[in-house]
Design a protein. Structure first.
Length: 292
């Protein structure tokens, strides 16, 4: 269990802001941080990692205290079992893929673990390649593998897939799911992509102007109540065409374009560009708008 109570005064584009967090996160959860830019999400991750110091509060990871202002405890980032993947990857450009991983390896003799990470992330064939020659997706894999070298208890991801195309994004979402489960991680990821959140996260924390304003499952946050249906696919409505007494909705989900026949009543609740869920129960699909 991670017990987090943190407070820090910030200057944002919207004016002075108090970042005030009181939160408990269970082990092995995949948590998505969601909210407008400037809400304090990245600063929150940096405080967890020890890069930014809170004005007050504490961070307790299991039986270990990482930060306690009153007790004057502040573990350095190196002493916290955290892996952090930054939005810009922050790789060492003068090193190969393997060297990027080995550089942060706590036990320099444990190079077998580096080999394992290279295999899991599909980088074994690129181990001796300079990171500057890699594609964006490959660099992201290196950044993820490097974050795992410390065998962290907590993995922090700051919009890790935002700069990638849809096809690569979907592939790396699969990688994230696999790695999260394989290593039994607790993962916190910043994302503005609701379909990505639906695919990866079991819990969503919505932030606004430094505060947690909502917390729960993706269904609860984006649709306000639990949705009944065995199949749920998130996407965006790109067209809505009437065909006799029914309507055909075209929905883009990742790289997939799907057509769903819906009723007039359903169509009247929708607008082009809406974030929607395709929900199927007993082979009867429907399209539901959800609030992002």
């Amino acid at each position: 269990m991670f017990e987090i109570q943190l407070s820090k005064k910030l200057h944002s584009a919207q004016g002075d802001m108090l970042l005030d967090i009181d939160l408990q996160i269970s082990e092995k959860q995949f948590v998505a941080l969601y909210g407008k830019s400037g809400a304090g999400k990245t600063t929150f991750l940096k405080m967890l990692a020890g890069i930014t110091e809170p004005d007050k509060g504490r961070i307790i990871a299991g039986k270990e205290t990482w930060f306690d202002k009153e007790k004057k405890i502040t573990l350095s980032p190196q002493k916290r079992k955290i892996g952090f993947v930054f939005q810009d990857y922050a790789l060492f450009p003068n090193m190969s893929v393997r060297q990027n991983l080995e550089f942060v390896l706590p036990d320099k003799k444990n190079k077998n673990f580096v080999d394992e990470l290279l295999e899991i992330t599909g980088l074994a064939g690129l181990a001796n390649t300079s990171v500057t020659t890699l594609s964006g997706g490959q660099q992201q894999r290196v950044a993820l593998a490097r974050a795992l070298v410390k065998q962290p208890d907590l993995l922090l991801l700051d919009e890790p897939l935002s700069s990638l195309d849809n096809e690569m994004r979907l592939k790396l979402q699969d990688e994230l799911i696999k790695i999260h489960k394989h290593f039994g991680l607790t993962t916190i990821m910043i994302s503005h992509d609701t379909s990505e959140i639906y695919r990866l996260a079991d819990t969503v924390i919505k932030m606004d102007f430094g505060k947690i304003v909502q917390q729960g499952s993706p269904d609860l946050l984006f649709h306000n109540h639990q949705i009944s249906g065995k199949v749920q696919i998130a996407g965006q409505l790109i067209s809505l065409v009437q065909n006799d007494i029914v309507y055909i909705a075209q929905i883009l989900s990742g790289n997939n374009l799907m057509k769903v026949i819906i009723t007039k009543e359903e169509a009247e609740q929708l607008n082009i560009g809406d974030s929607v869920l395709i929900v199927s129960k007993a082979f009867n699909p429907s399209v539901i708008k959800y609030k992002a």
